[in-house]
Design a binder for this molecule. Sequence first.
Ligand SMILES: C[S@@+](CC[C@H](N)C(=O)[O-])C[C@H]1O[C@@H](n2cnc3c(N)ncnc32)[C@H](O)[C@@H]1O
Length: 235
Amino acid sequence: MQNNTNVSAEEISRFEKLAARWWDPDGESRPLHDLNPVRAAYVAGRANLRGAKVADVGCGGGLLSEALARAGANVTAIDLGEKLIQIAKLHLFESNVQVDYRVQSSTELAEAEPASFDVVCCMELIEHVPDPAELVRDLSAMLKPGGQLFLSTLNRTPAAFGAAIVGAEYLMRLLPRGTHHYAQFLKPSEVATMLRRFDLELEDIKGLAYNPLTRNASLSSSTAVNYVLAARKTA
Ligand SMILES: C[S@@+](CC[C@H](N)C(=O)[O-])C[C@H]1O[C@@H](n2cnc3c(N)ncnc32)[C@H](O)[C@@H]1O
């Protein structure tokens, strides 16, 4: 690996500890399992995935990567967690879809394949990197002109603090404590500024509503906790 400075080793090791149970819908990745159909449908509803060249950046064990591949996309999926990529590759034997999984950083993929993806997805990663703007720069660099970016993250609001940290990590113990750092949550306006800086035009933003008790997930008009956005590469 040549270029992976925008990474926290602590973050990667925390997620790698979850690798073995990543595909267990009742394990620590349960919120991602529950949210995945909603965000996959959001992407499929706004992008023509059949035959599209798609990157899934920070793919973890591959929940979204597989959904995108099932929708007909040619998916390249990267993560710096080697154990996660191993699990993701193993899961392909069960699911019978094809995904090109790589242990690679966003900067390395952007340098290796600049301006070559129709669609780039980056779900629940930006709040885990030291420099979010640098990540957005890489995501933009991967996209063809006119290509689409889909990104989800947590808003920096008391509601998100309550749901993602107090609720999920401390009360319900869905996630290991320390999974999230409130200071790294991003307001939509902050992400929008980064998008503009790197030639991406914000086209849509929706809240992702999730009730951990009922496990019900849906799109919502409130971006107060979790949100997903769509942007287009302009140049
Ligand atoms: C919350 S998980 C989200 C996984 C997947 N995107 C999803 O939503 O199902 C965050 C993932 O980002 C990965 N990650 C953290 N920092 C990273 C970095 N700098 N580059 C690539 N992946 C990173 C972790 O290993 C982990 O798999």
